[in-house]
Design a protein around this ligand. Structure first.
Ligand code: SF4
Length: 92
Protein backbone atom coordinates (compact mmCIF):
# COMPACT_ATOMS: atom_id res chain seq x y z
CA UNK A 1 0.00 0.00 0.00
CA UNK A 2 1.36 3.40 -1.00
CA UNK A 3 1.72 6.19 1.55
CA UNK A 4 -1.18 8.17 0.07
CA UNK A 5 -3.47 5.15 0.23
CA UNK A 6 -2.33 4.38 3.76
CA UNK A 7 -3.07 7.94 4.85
CA UNK A 8 -6.50 7.86 3.20
CA UNK A 9 -7.35 4.56 4.88
CA UNK A 10 -6.25 5.86 8.26
CA UNK A 11 -8.22 9.07 7.78
CA UNK A 12 -11.33 7.06 6.89
CA UNK A 13 -10.87 4.90 9.99
CA UNK A 14 -11.01 8.03 12.14
CA UNK A 15 -14.65 8.69 11.30
CA UNK A 16 -16.55 8.92 14.56
CA UNK A 17 -13.38 9.27 16.63
CA UNK A 18 -13.59 11.59 19.64
CA UNK A 19 -12.98 15.24 18.88
CA UNK A 20 -9.69 16.23 20.43
CA UNK A 21 -7.03 18.64 19.34
CA UNK A 22 -4.67 15.68 18.99
CA UNK A 23 -7.03 13.89 16.61
CA UNK A 24 -7.46 17.11 14.63
CA UNK A 25 -3.69 17.33 14.26
CA UNK A 26 -3.56 13.78 12.96
CA UNK A 27 -6.37 14.47 10.50
CA UNK A 28 -4.54 17.58 9.31
CA UNK A 29 -1.41 15.55 8.56
CA UNK A 30 -3.34 12.76 6.87
CA UNK A 31 -5.07 15.30 4.60
CA UNK A 32 -1.62 16.33 3.42
CA UNK A 33 -1.55 19.66 5.18
CA UNK A 34 1.62 21.04 6.70
CA UNK A 35 1.89 20.58 10.47
CA UNK A 36 4.02 22.14 13.17
CA UNK A 37 6.27 19.99 15.33
CA UNK A 38 3.75 20.30 18.17
CA UNK A 39 0.90 19.20 15.92
CA UNK A 40 3.00 16.24 14.73
CA UNK A 41 3.56 15.14 18.34
CA UNK A 42 -0.12 15.45 19.19
CA UNK A 43 -1.07 13.64 16.03
CA UNK A 44 1.30 10.78 16.75
CA UNK A 45 -0.12 10.41 20.25
CA UNK A 46 -3.66 10.35 18.84
CA UNK A 47 -2.57 7.58 16.48
CA UNK A 48 -0.79 5.68 19.26
CA UNK A 49 -3.76 6.00 21.64
CA UNK A 50 -6.34 4.87 19.05
CA UNK A 51 -7.66 8.45 18.82
CA UNK A 52 -8.45 8.38 22.57
CA UNK A 53 -11.59 6.30 22.00
CA UNK A 54 -11.13 4.73 25.44
CA UNK A 55 -10.94 8.09 27.15
CA UNK A 56 -8.78 11.14 27.46
CA UNK A 57 -5.88 10.07 29.61
CA UNK A 58 -2.12 9.86 29.51
CA UNK A 59 -0.34 6.82 28.12
CA UNK A 60 1.99 6.43 31.12
CA UNK A 61 4.80 5.29 28.78
CA UNK A 62 7.60 7.36 30.22
CA UNK A 63 10.10 5.53 28.01
CA UNK A 64 8.69 7.25 24.93
CA UNK A 65 10.57 10.43 23.97
CA UNK A 66 7.25 12.12 23.21
CA UNK A 67 5.87 11.40 26.69
CA UNK A 68 6.63 14.84 28.22
CA UNK A 69 4.67 16.45 25.39
CA UNK A 70 1.68 14.18 25.06
CA UNK A 71 -1.89 15.42 25.51
CA UNK A 72 -3.64 14.56 28.78
CA UNK A 73 -0.28 14.07 30.48
CA UNK A 74 -0.73 12.91 34.06
CA UNK A 75 -4.41 12.11 33.63
CA UNK A 76 -5.02 8.51 34.66
CA UNK A 77 -7.44 6.07 33.09
CA UNK A 78 -10.77 6.15 34.90
CA UNK A 79 -9.96 9.41 36.65
CA UNK A 80 -12.98 11.41 37.76
CA UNK A 81 -13.60 15.00 36.85
CA UNK A 82 -13.89 17.02 33.70
CA UNK A 83 -11.77 16.13 30.71
CA UNK A 84 -8.91 18.50 30.16
CA UNK A 85 -6.84 18.52 27.00
CA UNK A 86 -3.57 19.94 28.30
CA UNK A 87 -2.45 20.36 24.72
CA UNK A 88 -4.60 23.45 24.61
CA UNK A 89 -2.66 25.04 27.46
CA UNK A 90 -0.29 27.66 26.19
CA UNK A 91 3.29 26.49 26.12
CA UNK A 92 2.46 22.77 25.88
S1 SF4 B 1 3.86 9.67 24.37
FE1 SF4 B 1 2.60 7.84 24.68
S2 SF4 B 1 0.84 8.13 23.31
FE2 SF4 B 1 2.45 9.53 22.63
S3 SF4 B 1 3.55 8.38 21.06
FE3 SF4 B 1 4.62 8.06 23.00
S4 SF4 B 1 3.77 6.14 23.81
FE4 SF4 B 1 2.37 6.91 22.23
Amino acid sequence: MKAGEQKAALLASMEGAPVTRAASCLRKYLRGERTTQREAILGKCADCMAYFVDGRYGCENEACPLYPWMPFLGRRSGAAGPSTDVSTVEGR
